[in-house]
Design a protein around this ligand. Structure first.
Ligand SMILES: [Zn+2]
Length: 392
């Protein structure tokens, strides 16, 4: 049988940490796993016993904001959300175009074995759709190597910035995939008004929703209830994500439990960024309940945060460390957020290592999944649609 583009044989790899096997890929899809193949005519990657994982997923990034590739910049922002927003509004004027910075960062994501990224992209009356257009351009440039989902994000507020709701809807029409929100109660001061605007756009445009919710305590939990109500009313089960959701981590589990049951019922997923300054989400309990949690870098080397590096394995290590995980099976739960759970949050079809799955894969110099998280070795072979995309 002759070879076609998207055909590839991975020889001597350990899928998910199991015994050494060969994995055959045809036309960008995994066709067999575990069976040594004789007479393969196509290209071969020698695995050398390395661990094979499905492509990594970043479920919460802000690629339009990054300073990736630029000289180090001193972080001088004040304290608090409003100060950070203002710091960015002033500082962003001097930056090179979004398309350039975002594409440079996407190159780093590819090299680290990432196959899917969900990025929030700022929309406000000052920027209008400029960042969305820049991000769309970067996505197109990189489309053969990484899949990018764009959330139209009201970073400066929605109702407090008149005109933003209309711009968010235009962003969806221009090619953004989901509509975002930001602290409907704490920042926008009108949870119902904010959520009605966001869910109205979702309903009219048929797009998913991903809302930043930093508000803690009862204020945050009340917003979660309002999000659940609207998800149920509009039949959006499985298409809504709450990012951060600190309010689910800052109360005893028993108090949060009834709310978690509602998230299960509406298949509302969560995105965390493993922040150092807030208590971690109850990851193991959420997994037990079947609530999908993805992990994200959040801002990467930008005017919000000097941290971040596009490596989702090192981010998974931070999540595991913050959660106090030591046992391999718990560390594997952290890996789950940047693989299977992340893909479920993003609604990626055909994700995994089984025959029939898309051949979006990464080979890592590690023996087990837990070791891949803890050691996150930098040298990786990255495959997208059956083609080696890094190193190229
Ligand atoms: Zn964010």
């Amino acid at each position: 049988v002759g070879a076609a583009p998207g055909d590839l044989l991975l020889r001597d790899v350990r899928p998910g940490g199991t015994a050494i096997a060969d994995v055959a890929i045809r036309d960008g899809l995994i066709v067999s796993s575990g069976v040594p193949l004789d007479g393969w005519a196509g290209p071969v990657v020698e695995g050398g016993g390395r661990l094979l994982l499905p492509g990594l997923v970043d479920g919460h990034a802000h690629l339009d904001k990054t300073l990736w590739g630029l000289p180090w910049r001193r972080h001088t922002a004040g304290v608090g959300l409003a100060a950070l927003i203002e710091n960015e509004r002033v500082g962003r004027r001097e930056l090179p175009p979004v398309a350039e910075r975002a594409a440079a960062l996407l190159e780093a994501y590819v090299a680290a074995g990432t196959s899917h990224v969900r990025t929030h992209v700022d929309v406000d009356p000052g920027l209008k759709l400029a960042s969305i257009e820049g991000k769309l351009e970067a996505r197109e440039r990189m489309e053969a190597r990484i899949d990018v989902q764009i959330v139209a994000f009201p970073q400066s507020g929605l109702l407090v910035q008149p005109g933003t709701a209309g711009l968010l809807e235009c962003a969806i029409e221009a090619g953004a995939d989901l509509v975002g929100g930001l602290d409907p109660a704490g920042f926008d001061r009108d949870a119902d008004g904010h959520l009605d605007a966001v869910f109205g756009i979702s309903d009219r445009q048929g797009c998913g929703v991903d809302i930043h919710l930093h508000d803690g305590g009862e204020l945050g939990r009340d917003t979660v209830r309002k999000i659940v109500e609207r998800t149920r009313a509009l039949g959006l089960a499985g298409r809504v994500t709450i990012s951060h959701a600190f309010c689910l981590a800052d109360a005893p589990e028993a108090e949060v439990e009834p709310l978690l049951e509602q998230l299960v019922e509406q298949r509302i997923s969560l995105a965390t960024v493993a922040p150092g300054s807030r208590p971690p989400l109850p990851l193991l309990r959420l997994r037990e309940l079947g609530i999908d949690v993805c992990l994200g870098q959040d801002g990467i080397r930008d005017l919000w945060s000097p941290y971040g590096d596009a490596d989702m394995l090192s981010r998974a290590e931070r999540l595991a460390w913050r959660a106090g995980f030591r046992r391999d099976e718990d560390i594997e739960a952290a890996l789950h957020t940047v693989t299977t759970a992340g893909a479920r949050v993003l609604g990626v079809d055909g994700y995994g290592l089984d025959p029939g799955c898309a051949a979006d894969l990464v080979l890592v110099e590690a023996e087990t999944r837990a070791e891949a998280v803890v050691a996150h070795p930098p040298c990786r072979t990255v495959i997208k649609c059956g083609r080696v995309v890094s190193p190229d």
